[in-house]
Design a protein around this ligand. Structure first.
Ligand code: ATP
Length: 241
């Protein structure tokens, strides 16, 4: 018998008025897999993340986490079960230090208190390369470090699945190399990763499967090279004729 997938979404529909942001989207990520999600602006990628994370209810369809039905659960409940996400625009507590931001995330995640929390926060900073900036206010660090902080905050809830929403955006090539190393490390440690990214070359250094969405639907999925070579994908994603 196969283990159930880490995440399984079945025929998700999400409507905004007459617009179907998700028009019967089925999706799955196996345990420990790194999946990329691509597609042109407005394809429904961020809406898919919101549906998976429980940011809002879907109109129909179902979502399972490791075989457990989670469709009706709140974002908080899903987070407690093991689904974490990062946001396109990092929103740290800018007046707090990097260390304090991670502590807050640990506490909010119902995790450790006191000395144990301090130790876990230090581990998370170490893991994300933020230890040298522990005592720097979050408002004073650069974009790469804010992205690292997003990852550290997500990891604070000890997730099995992490949803990365365009985490590469705005970084220089040199910074991207560092971010990719961090994300590969998470993948190698066994975390299931679902990564929405416009920066394809970064995505393709990590993911082993690609899902391409357009207009609320899945256009193609599978081997990244094959998906990118798919004529429907090329026309939707690159606007080729
Ligand atoms: P991008 O790459 O630009 O982030 P995306 O693939 O993430 O795009 P979504 O943000 O999921 O796309 O949007 C899908 C569609 O749903 C778009 O047409 C968008 O305008 C619409 N949409 C998203 N959120 C809302 C909302 N809260 N209210 C109304 N329409 C929305």
């Amino acid at each position: 018998p196969h283990a159930p997938p880490a995440l399984l979404a079945d025929h998700l529909v999400k409507r905004y008025g007459s617009l179907k942001a998700l028009d019967s989207v089925s999706f799955q990520a196996s345990e420990g897999e790194a999946v990329g999600v691509v597609g042109p602006n407005g394809a429904g990628k961020t809406t898919l993340f919101g549906a998976l994370a429980g940011t809002f209810p879907v109109n129909s369809g179902s979502i399972q986490f490791r075989g457990t039905e989670i469709t009706g659960m709140s974002a908080q409940e899903r987070n407690m079960m093991g689904i974490a996400r990062t946001y396109q625009v990092p929103r740290p507590f800018r007046g707090m230090t990097i260390f304090e931001n991670v502590l807050v995330a640990l506490r909010a995640g119902g995790g450790a208190e006191g000395a144990v929390a301090v130790e876990q926060a230090a581990e998370l900073l170490e893991r994300t390369g933020l230890l040298p900036l522990a005592n720097t206010p979050a408002g004073a660090v650069g974009l790469l470090d804010l992205k690292r902080l997003e990852v550290a905050r997500a990891l604070a809830t000890r997730p099995q699945v992490i949803l990365l929403d365009e985490i590469g955006g705005g970084l220089t090539e040199a910074e991207l190399v560092k971010l990719i190393a961090l994300i590969r490390g998470l993948s190698e440690a066994g975390l299931t990763i679902v990564w929405i990214e416009h920066i394809l070359h970064a995505l393709l250094k990590v993911v082993t499967r690609l899902v391409c969405m357009a207009e609320g639907r899945v256009l193609a999925e599978g081997d990244p090279q094959e998906v990118m070579a798919d004529p429907a994908v090329r026309s939707a994603y690159f606007g080729a004729d």
